[in-house]
Design a binder for this molecule. Structure first.
Ligand code: ATP
Ligand code: LTN
Length: 334
C-alpha cells in the first residue's frame, strides 16, 4: 500500500522560527517523513497577505527553508519547496476562489482577527482569500492528512468543503483531506507573558526562544522567564502558567513526563530548575542551529535543493491542474 500523503506549510514571516513552531509543528513534520509521503512548503505567497519588505521576504524564505532542513527534514525522504516556485498554487487558488462563497470566506476567524489587527480598511483582498490559497496548497497534492495546530481547523474544514463541492459539480478530482492529526502537541506560551501563545508576530523578543538563538541568549531568556511567587515546581495551567509552560518545554524536549519532572524537582528552587532547563534547550537547539548555519553558508547549494524540491512538487501539482483545467472547461492550448 502506498503511504498516506501529508502536506503542510509554514510562513516565512520572521527572521527565525521559534520553539513553539518547532515543538508544535516542525518536529512532527520530521517524524512524519519516516512513515508518510510528506510534502512541506515555505508559503511565501501567504507571507505577502500582510505588508512586507521584498528584500526581507527573500532572506526569510531562504532562512525558513534552511531551518526546515536544519530541524531534520531530509530532501531524500520528503519534498521541501517554496510555494512561489510552483505557479499551480496561485492558479488553483483562482479556480477555488470562484466556487467559494463570499459569506463563507467572511466567516474565517483568522481573517477577522488579522483584519482587525491591521485595521479593516488596511486589510487586503489577498488576506481575505488566504484560506482559499491554503486549500489550493493542500488539494494540489492529493493530500490525505494535514498536520497543523488547532488554530487551522476552520481552514481545513473550508478545504474539505471546497474539495467536495468541486468534486460534486465537476466530477471526482480532489482527495478530500481527512481530519487533521493532532498528536497531542505542546502549546508553548510566551516566556514573559505565559498566558499568551509564543508567537512570531505578537511576542516580544524576550518572550520567544528562536531556533537560531545563541546559547547565551537562550540561558538569559529562560532565567528571566516569568514564574510566580509560591516557589513550587508544579504544573497548574490556571494558577501557575509560567512554571507550567517551562515544565511542558522541559518534558517535550527531554521525553521525561511532567509528573516525573515534578517529582525530581520537588523542593528545588526555580533557579536550579531553570538552569537545567536552559541546558536542555541549548542541547536540543544547538544541532539545529549549526545545521541551519551550514545550509545558509552555501546559498547556491540550498537554492539547488529547493529547485529539486520544486520540480518534484510541480510534477504532482501540474497533473492535478491538468485535470482541473479539463473538468472546469478551459480550452486546451492548441
Ligand atoms: P503568527 O503568530 O505570526 O501567526 P506563529 O508563530 O503562530 O505565527 P504560524 O506560522 O502561525 O506561527 O505557525 C506555524 C506552525 O507552528 C503551526 O503549525 C502552528 O500550529 C505552530 N505553532 C505556532 N506557535 C506555536 C506555539 N506557541 N506552540 C505550539 N505550536 C505553535
Ligand atoms: N495557514 C497556515 C500555513 C499554511 C498551511 C498551508 C498549513 C499555508 N498553507 C497548507 C497547512 C497546509 C498557518 O498559519 N500555520
Amino acid at each position: 500500500m502506498a503511504r498516506p500523503r501529508v502536506f503542510s506549510g509554514i510562513q516565512p514571516t520572521a527572521d527565525s522560527f521559534h520553539l513553539g513552531n518547532y515543538l508544535g509543528a516542525l518536529r512532527q513534520w520530521v517524524t512524519l517523513q519516516e512513515t508518510h509521503d510528506a510534502v512541506y512548503c515555505v508559503v511565501d505567497l501567504h507571507a505577502i497577505t500582510l505588508p512586507h519588505d521584498p528584500a526581507l521576504l527573500r532572506q526569510r524564505t531562504r532562512v525558513a527553508a534552511a531551518q526546515l532542513l536544519g530541524a531534520g527534514l531530509d530532501p531524500q525522504r520528503c519534498i521541501v519547496f517554496v510555494q512561489s516556485h510552483v505557479p499551480e498554487h496561485a492558479e488553483l487558488a483562482w479556480v477555488l476562489g470562484c466556487i467559494t462563497g463570499f459569506g463563507e470566506a467572511s466567516r474565517m476567524i483568522q481573517f477577522k482577527d488579522k483584519a482587525a489587527r491591521a485595521g479593516s480598511d488596511q486589510a487586503s483582498v489577498g488576506l481575505f482569500t488566504y484560506p482559499v490559497l491554503q486549500a489550493a496548497d493542500i488539494l494540489l497534492y492529493a493530500t490525505d492528512q494535514v498536520p497543523v495546530g488547532e488554530d487551522q481547523r476552520q481552514h481545513l474544514e473550508l478545504t474539505r468543503d471546497l474539495a467536495q463541492r468541486f468534486n460534486h459539480r465537476f466530477g471526482a478530482t480532489f482527495v478530500v483531506p481527512g481530519p487533521y492529526i493532532l498528536t497531542d502537541v505542546a502549546k508553548i506560551t510566551d516566556l514573559t507573558e505565559p498566558t499568551a501563545k509564543m508567537s512570531k508576530s505578537s511576542s516580544a523578543p524576550q518572550g520567544i526562544v528562536d531556533l537560531l538563538d545563541e546559547p547565551a541568549a537562550i540561558r538569559r531568556k529562560i532565567s528571566r522567564a516569568v514564574t510566580d511567587a509560591d516557589g513550587e515546581i508544579r504544573a497548574d495551567e490556571q494558577a501557575k502558567p509560567g512554571v507550567t509552560n517551562l515544565l511542558r518545554i522541559y518534558s517535550a524536549l527531554s521525553g521525561e513526563s511532567v509528573a516525573d519532572l515534578e517529582a525530581r524537582y520537588a523542593g528545588a528552587g526555580y533557579g536550579t530548575f531553570k538552569k537545567d532547563l536552559a541546558e536542555v534547550v541549548v542541547d536540543a537547539l544547538a544541532p539545529i542551529r549549526e545545521r541551519t548555519e551550514k545550509m545558509l553558508a552555501d546559498e547556491a547549494q540550498l537554492d539547488r535543493l529547493l529547485a529539486v524540491g520544486a520540480a518534484r512538487a510541480r510534477e504532482i501539482a501540474s497533473q492535478t491542474m491538468d485535470t482541473v483545467r479539463n473538468r472546469i472547461g478551459f480550452l486546451p492550448p492548441g
